[in-house]
Write a protein that binds this ligand. Structure first.
Ligand code: FUC
Length: 759
């Protein structure tokens, strides 16, 4: 039951009701996404396709004056002439146009039924996360109506089967609509309608959405641009969506995909979908509390459970569901060969979504993938590296044109086309040359978990080019340290000793921390790959020299980790970004073995932020959970998981920035895993930050670095059993809660498994 979200009433299917979208249930196959409302007289299926963006790629938006001015800005900043620096930055470094491309909805598929909503009884709609199927069921005049819908990865379609339990009671009219960029909306066969268009902006993709009604005992025909189904007992509705980004002729592609799907029975479509999905989903199972506790609340609809938690109750099962939902969403929005999960995964109803529903890469996109490795969905991580490869040539051009440097740079956003120039005219965020670098730390992260050398070799170029950029770009500042600049500590504001407020600065701490990770990843990768040509050897030598001069995390006057190179006051003490704790999480530069003093400082930092209202966005709260987990504070993990559910979660369990932003879902799931197991410090630590409220539980299938999969259970906070599988034969180092002893196990070369002796 913990795999099912359910509700006793529909989400209002009226597209004018913007609120109810956050009550609908998401399904997806990585490329196609749908929000299922579960309406009675009307059903709305809001559709998405992950390459349906405005405009094309290939624009060079770089401000031609950047190259001649960015070094002047460094000097102004050194001299404390903040206002002048910011003015020059705004005029000479902001790109034109200042906005990247924007993601869009594919539109709505509406189903009109003859029955009146008020006459329905026994209504229930649900999302079965174990099978990735959305379901609706209700009774009208003694007839039970049911629908179930899924997005199939193997068959590339949205499929929905509707049934009535009495013969010939099923009737509906299907139509498609979208408000913009619509060229055609018409019947394309006796059981098929289709809409096509071209997205605005130079090089915009052409798209096609095609719907077909098949496998029915009823009458199917079209009138205008509607499909009518009459006197049926059952019917299957298939939808294909495609844009020219993936290949020519989306219309033809949709037809072919539908022909293929139609040739299979619904049962076949469904079983291949389930089989494909479960290969990923079934790897992990999780429970918290006793079986009785788990059963107790399962009879309550999800919205009621959430309301209870929002009233201060604890619901361990809902935490498990939230964890499952994060994994579910990643599988549904990021499959091999599709686009990475954007700010909304793939689910977006708007033509002008918040922040363009792009890839914001000063935290959000990275957070989307924090769960990919430790929650055993490494394949779902892959689209991110495809995007990075698409960014590379653009980022090389930007490095050259904007900074006169070699290598690869991107700023705080990117889009479908991998645009790397600055985004917006927003001084706290826009001029920040670290986006590609932060994303590239994921290359090393994925390698650490999988030990997949082929993957590392395939992505090494990205690391090398990123490092090359910083070797060219960094400079020695007034403190004699090698730093970035002009840059920002996303998206915070400091107060200069002169009293002036500023965002643009030299040497924000986060930048140095990310570069340290990139440089180390480069050195380690070339050692592993044995690829030291003369060029690479020279670069590695330069990296080693540079590393000596890059500032390490330092402690400021309040005992906090310093956010800037100088110990400035911050103007907003409760700011949602906590960028300077990147070293604590996701990086491991601050940890209790090597840097205990910095661990204390990280705690002070977090407490200061929270005391002043930090964590007010969903993603900020999710990051805080991960940070408390790294600080080994179970109670703070608990408090913040509760707060995430209480303040930043809508009834469909979507994370609310607000508005909906998927990062908090993914970051929240990653943080729950991080509380149960960590492996960033070279040792697998079991239950490093277990809240006392979670004192009984078990988890199967988490992943630790070194390609080690583990299952363990606990009671009263103590591990009762644990199995570790070293899938590539790497040594296992493991530590039980409350003990400093590290147990080590070595295999005979290949994969091996150990059961932990628990005293
Ligand atoms: C960053 C954050 C905002 C928001 C946006 C998409 O700029 O500061 O809170 O999440 O990305």
């Amino acid at each position: 039951m913990n795999n099912t979200l359910f509700y006793k009433s529909p989400a209002d299917p009226n597209p004018r009701n913007k609120e109810s979208w956050n009550e609908a249930l998401p399904i997806g196959n990585g490329a196609i996404g749908a929000m299922v409302f579960g309406g009675i007289d009307k059903e709305r299926i809001q559709l998405n396709e992950d390459t349906l963006w405005y405009g094309g790629g290939g624009r060079n938006r770089v401000n031609p004056d950047a190259k001649d001015n960015y070094k002047k800005i460094r000097e102004l900043l050194k001299e404390g002439r903040i206002k002048e620096a910011q003015k020059l930055g705004k005029l000479s470094m902001v790109a034109g146009p200042d906005c990247e491309r924007i993601y869009s909805t594919a539109g709505n598929m509406m189903l009109d039924f003859e029955e009146k909503a008020e006459t329905a009884t026994d209504y229930v709609r649900s999302l079965d996360m174990a099978e990735a199927i959305a379901k609706v069921k209700y009774t009208i005049d003694g007839t039970i109506f049911e629908r179930e819908a899924f997005c199939s990865e193997p068959d590339n379609v949205f499929a929905m089967r509707a049934t009535a339990d009495k013969e010939k009671k099923l009737h509906y009219i299907v139509s498609l609509n979208r408000e913009k960029e619509l060229d055609e909306n018409k019947a394309t066969a006796t059981n098929e309608i289709s809409m096509t268009g071209i997205m605005g902006g130079k090089g915009g993709v052409s798209f096609c959405v095609t719907v077909r009604v098949v496998q029915t005992d009823g009458k199917v025909y079209t009138l205008g641009n509607n499909i009518l189904l009459e006197e049926a007992t059952e019917a299957v509705l298939l939808v294909a969506i495609r844009t020219s980004f993936y290949g020519d002729n989306p219309e033809e592609w949709c037809k072919k995909v539908l022909d293929k799907a139609e040739a299979k029975s619904y049962a076949e479509l469904k079983s291949s979908h389930i089989e494909d999905y479960r290969k990923l989903y079934d790897r992990v199972s999780f429970s918290l509390g006793t079986e009785e506790q788990e059963k107790e609340l399962c009879a309550l609809p999800t919205n009621e459970r959430l309301a209870r938690v929002q009233n201060g109750e604890t619901d361990l099962g809902l935490i498990v569901q939230y964890f499952y939902f994060g994994r579910y969403l990643l599988i549904a929005s990021s499959r091999e060969g599709t686009q990475p999960a954007n700010l909304q995964g793939i689910w977006n109803h708007s033509f002008n979504p918040p922040w363009g529903s792009k890839y914001t890469i000063n935290i959000n996109t990275e957070m989307n993938y924090w769960l990919a490795e430790n929650c055993n969905l490494s394949e779902c991580h892959l689209p991110l590296f495809d995007l990075l490869k698409r960014m590379l040539p653009n980022g090389q051009q930007v490095a050259k044109d904007m900074y006169g440097c070699r290598g690869f740079v991107a700023h705080h956003n990117t889009d479908l086309y991998g645009d790397c120039a600055p985004q917006d005219i927003y001084m706290p965020a826009t001029i920040w040359p670290m986006g590609a670098a932060w994303l590239c730390t994921h290359i090393w992260e994925r390698y650490s978990y999988t030990l997949d050398k082929e993957f590392l070799a395939d992505n090494y170029e990205l690391l090398k080019e990123t490092a090359t950029f910083f070797l060219d770009y960094m400079f020695i500042d007034d403190k004699g340290q090698l730093v970035t600049g002009p840059s920002v500590s996303p998206e915070n504001t400091y107060i200069h000793p002169s009293g002036e407020k500023g965002t643009l600065c030299n040497g924000p701490s986060m930048d140095s921390q990310i570069i340290i990770d990139i440089f180390n990843a480069c050195l380690k990768s070339s050692e592993i790959l044995g690829n030291e040509t003369a060029d690479i050897a020279e670069m590695n030598e330069n990296i080693r020299e540079a590393l000596k001069k890059i500032p390490k995390p330092a402690i400021g006057k309040y005992g906090q980790v310093m956010e800037w190179e100088h110990d400035y006051e911050e103007s907003n003490l409760g700011h949602r970004h906590i960028s300077h704790l990147y070293a604590l999480h996701p990086s491991n530069q601050i940890n209790d073995k090597d840097t205990p003093e910095l661990m204390k400082a990280a705690r002070v930092t977090l407490e200061r932020r929270l005391a002043h209202g930090g964590g007010h966005t969903g993603w900020s709260r999710a990051w805080i959970i991960n940070m408390w987990a790294r600080l080994k504070d179970g109670e703070k993990v608990f408090e913040n998981v509760q707060a995430l559910l209480q303040k930043s979660t809508s009834i469909n369990l979507f994370d609310m920035h607000p508005p909906f932003q998927i990062d908090g879902n993914f970051g929240g799931t990653a943080g729950i895993a991080e509380a149960l197991m960590q492996s960033h410090a070279g040792v697998i630590e079991l239950l490093p930050a277990l809240p006392k409220e979670w004192s009984i539980g078990s988890i199967k299938g988490l992943k630790a670095r070194g390609n080690i999969e583990l299952d363990f259970s606990w009671k009263d906070g103590k591990v009762t059993e644990c199995t570790l599988r070293s899938l590539k034969g790497s040594d296992i180092y493991v530590q039980l809660p409350g003990s400093n002893e590290v147990k080590s196990f070595t295999g005979g070369g290949g994969a091996f498994e150990v059961q932990l002796p628990i005293e």
